[in-house]
Design a protein around this ligand. Structure first.
Ligand SMILES: [Fe+2]
Ligand SMILES: [Fe+2]
Length: 395
């Protein structure tokens, strides 16, 4: 005996699991299996083919309100992604259901974009999309044209300028201008969603003294991409973006000759360098109470999963999820960038490095999700051409 509530819970669970595990992973396949079994039971049990309508805080099955799902927050998420209705046109196979789940997930990942133009989709026997559109303009998913490879000509010049200005403000005034930091992040988020699949607009370092700018913008983009693919809500994604943007802000206190030193740092210089997480957290905390997550991330972004790294924590504890997430993105971007003392690592070598240290330095689930985000996201790399001064060393 199947019931719609059990199906919806299994459906939501599958979407969550799919953000963490690749196709073929036993956990993912098991979650899809049980959701499919519930759906199959529903299709066989009732006289009608099942249909669901999602409202902001209500779910309707056929014509019946599902009161048990009053606080089920997936309804909101689906509506936010332009999915207000899901209806079966016929009994579907496990494979068709799996394709449908992938489509829903892709739309959830893009949910920060304006969905006012959301069209109805038909994916292998299941129609879904906005309410009221389901008889018009149905798109045959299989026949849809392939996605264009690139539609954006990004320069990120303005975002880079704003970040340099923000950096100078912190240096002179000792406070982080929150509104401008958020504006940079919003603008990066728009750049990430200008296409039908998520883009990762990354900057490539041209001048060594541009490192802080390119690195901070890249870590913000990568952290938002990862947070989004994990199913975080748009507000959380932007907060993580701000935290990524500001993670190295404590470097403003480090002398330029240490930051830009081409060779290996002495022990004394290393000790100076290692003060940047604490200094960064302090400057952020003094600036704005709303930046609590960014302060935590600045403090913890060099702490490893096994407690190594710096600053040394007085007792072993797990760092915040946002810190563990930024840590992965930070190391990825640092290694992918040419430094005065070494060449840029190619992406596959950097990914291997992350995988090797998953479980000791990095959160293994985040490494898996990050690598998948990079493979699925459409990375666009631009060379930052502006010559304004800014500086840094290592991660
Ligand atoms: Fe750092
Ligand atoms: Fe960094």
């Amino acid at each position: 005996m199947s019931d719609p509530v059990r199906f919806l819970n299994a459906f939501a669970h599958s979407l969550g699991v799919m953000t963490l595990y690749p196709e073929g992973h036993p956990s993912r396949e098991k979650a899809v299996d049980s959701a499919f079994e519930e759906l199959d039971g529903l299709t066989t049990a009732g006289g009608h083919l099942p249909s669901f309508t999602f409202l902001e805080d209500e779910v309707v099955f056929g014509r019946e309100r599902l009161r048990e799902l009053k606080s089920w927050d997936w309804g909101k998420r689906l509506v936010g992604a332009g999915i207000e209705r899901v209806e079966l046109e016929r009994k579907v196979t496990r494979e068709e259901f799996n394709s449908f789940l992938q489509e829903v997930l892709a739309r959830l990942m893009l949910s920060t974009i304006d969905t006012s133009e959301a069209r109805q989709m038909r994916s292998f026997g299941i129609r879904f999309g906005a309410v009221g559109l389901h008889e018009q303009e149905a798109i045959d998913f299989e026949a849809a044209a392939p996605l264009p490879l690139t539609t954006l000509a990004l320069t990120l010049g303005e975002e880079a300028d704003t970040f340099r200005w923000l950096h100078a403000e912190v240096q002179s005034g000792g406070r982080v201008p929150l509104l401008e930091a958020e504006a940079v992040v919003r603008s990066l988020s728009v750049a990430m969603h200008g296409d039908s699949r998520m883009l990762l607009p990354l900057l490539k370092l041209k001048e060594f003294d541009q490192y802080t700018t390119t690195h901070s913008l890249n870590v913000a983009v990568l952290a938002m991409g990862l947070a989004e693919s994990l199913g975080c809500r748009p507000r959380e994604v932007r907060a993580i973006g701000v935290a990524g943007l500001l993670h190295d802000i404590g470097k403003i206190r480090i002398p330029l000759e240490v930051l830009t030193k081409p060779g290996k740092l002495t022990d004394e210089e290393r000790a100076i360098m290692n003060t940047h997480p604490v200094d960064g957290a302090r400057v952020i905390m003094q600036s704005d109470e709303d930046l609590g997550m960014a302060a935590t991330v600045a403090y913890e972004h060099h702490v490893m999963l096994n407690g190594g790294g710096y600053p040394v924590l007085h007792y072993t504890r797990e760092c915040a999820m946002a810190s563990r997430l930024v840590h992965v993105c930070d190391v990825y971007d640092a290694l992918s960038t040419k430094r005065p003392y070494r060449d840029a690592w190619p992406a596959d070598r950097t990914m291997l490095y992350l995988e090797d240290r998953a479980g000791t330095e990095f959160d293994p689930e985040l490494v898996t999700a990050f690598i998948r985000t990079l493979q699925q996201g459409h990375a666009q790399v631009r060379v930052l051409s502006d010559e304004s001064p800014s500086a840094a060393n290592s991660t």
